[in-house]
Design a protein around this ligand. Structure first.
Ligand code: UDX
Length: 428
């Protein structure tokens, strides 16, 4: 395999995983980020995100993997530029592509450049616009490819090296081949297509995954109303190989850095074309409803939330990550606080941002401490540690042993035996 010079723009979650994995495959990689503290941390071997296997991979490839603030330095030797910057939603709902355009503008200074690869999730049609801008900037000889990311947090390194598929969308065959060669050593089928379709694959995949979850969550609601048990239903439905058992875990709703942003982006994209995506709109609404229902269940049980002390167990949008972006916990906390409740919480890893001021004062070192004197507790994230809690003790230190298990983590019969008023999602 030919080791290439790669510049990765954006040292966030995707940029770091992409950079580290490309270095692992034998390429020379420079990761460029605009945040000086982040670059300093990375240079000293400190990884600003938690992702299993990433730290070790970065350490063992330190000869081939460097970090810089300087765009020009990153571009000096670059044959391939990976765009891994974030594309947050703007006020209009469209993805804000300003960071993508900043990278594209800087490309004129890269003299060895052969291809630009878009890893950031962008609206369908972005590649066509970037291609036109590159042509206008005298970069017609440089290829462009869309290579969407399907890695999930917690398994990102494995997902990169052993993906279900590598999607490459390109305007020309040589570029597609170059990007395919770059992935030599990755264990997964390559699917080559046009750029517009590759951009759509990413948004459609995430939307369908979110749809499966919202669907089973609606079935769970119906199970509650009829007496059926959604866990039995999901297991049996998932055994149909045409449907599959993945993403049929009912719960308090989906969150994270991808699903909420990408589903809104796809909805907006459709509406820009004059088409209203009926199904996806309902999928998003069901996800919001899931959290409203949890709050309503507590309210029904406690009478009022005003003055009630509620413990949130788990803050991250899923276990195995420190990411709290769009986590259900943030929505629940905001609603609880608005209703006049006192919020306490526990999480082994969550890294709250400035948007979660309630966390600084209310966080406790163990679940048992978090539930002390509480009128209710909510299992928000299915951290395995919550299975090991001494629930008998937890019940005895709570003011009222009311437990809403938003992830169906615990056994209903066991919890009721311990004296809990136990509620979960779609189980009798
Ligand atoms: C997701 C996609 O899986 C990945 O392919 C894409 O590249 C980025 O978005 P991620 O956001 O890391 O990855 O998390 P994922 O494991 O997919 O979970 C997303 C959310 O759905 C979480 O909040 C999780 O708790 C929830 N979920 C997932 C369920 O509620 N039920 C399920 O059955 C599965």
């Amino acid at each position: 395999m030919v080791g290439r010079h790669v510049a990765v723009f954006g040292g966030g979650y995707i940029g770091l995983v992409t950079g580290a994995c490309l270095a692992e495959l034998g390429h020379r990689v420079v990761v460029r980020d605009i945040n000086p503290e982040k670059i300093q941390l990375l240079r000293s071997g400190d990884i600003p995100i938690y992702e299993p296997g990433l730290s070790d991979m970065i350490a063992r490839n330190k000869e081939r993997l460097t970090f810089t603030l300087d765009a020009q330095h990153a571009l000096d030797d670059a044959e391939i530029v990976y765009v891994c910057v974030d594309t947050p939603p703007s006020a209009s709902g469209d993805a804000d592509l300003s960071r993508v355009w900043a990278v594209v503008k800087s490309l004129a200074d890269a003299s060895h450049l052969r291809a630009v690869v878009m890893k950031s999730t962008v609206p369908v049609g972005t590649g066509t616009r970037v291609r036109a801008a590159m042509d206008a900037a005298g970069l017609a000889h440089v290829g462009y490819a869309s290579n969407p990311e399907f890695t999930a947090e917690g398994t990102a390194v494995r997902d990169f090296l052993h993906p279900d598929r590598i999607v490459i969308g390109a305007f020309d065959e040589p570029t597609a081949r170059l990007i395919q060669e770059l992935h030599q050593g990755v264990d997964g089928p390559v699917v080559v297509m046009d750029v517009l379709s590759a951009e759509m694959v990413k948004l459609a995949s995430n939307a369908l995954l979110a749809t499966k979850i919202s669907f089973i969550n609606e079935v769970a609601t119906l199970c509650e109303k009829t007496g059926a048990d959604v866990e039995h239903v999901a297991r049996a439905v998932g055994l149909d190989h045409r449907l599959g058992h993945h993403f049929l875990r009912p719960g308090i709703g989906w969150g994270g850095s991808c699903f909420p942003k990408d589903s809104e982006a796809l909805r907006q994209l459709a509406s820009n074309t004059g088409y209203h995506l009926q199904l996806l709109s309902a999928v998003i609404e069901v996800n919001n409803l899931q959290k409203r229902r949890a709050i309503q269940k507590l309210k029904d049980e406690l009478g009022t939330l005003a003055g009630a002390r509620v413990a949130l167990l788990g803050l991250t949008f899923k276990p195995g990550t420190d990411d709290m972006r769009e986590a259900p916990s943030t929505v629940l906390a905001a609603r609880l606080l608005a209703e006049g409740a006192e919020v306490r919480c526990w999480d082994p890893m969550g890294r709250p941002g400035a948007t979660e001021p309630w966390l600084s004062t209310s966080r406790h070192a163990t679940p048992e401490l978090a539930v002390e004197g509480a009128d209710a507790a909510i299992v928000v994230t299915e951290w395995p540690q919550l299975k090991e809690v001494d629930w008998a003790r937890a019940a005895s230190v709570m003011r009222r042993p009311v437990l809403f298990d938003g992830r169906n983590l615990l056994d209903p019969a066991d919890m009721r035996t311990l004296g809990f008023t136990y509620m979960s999602v779609g189980r009798p």
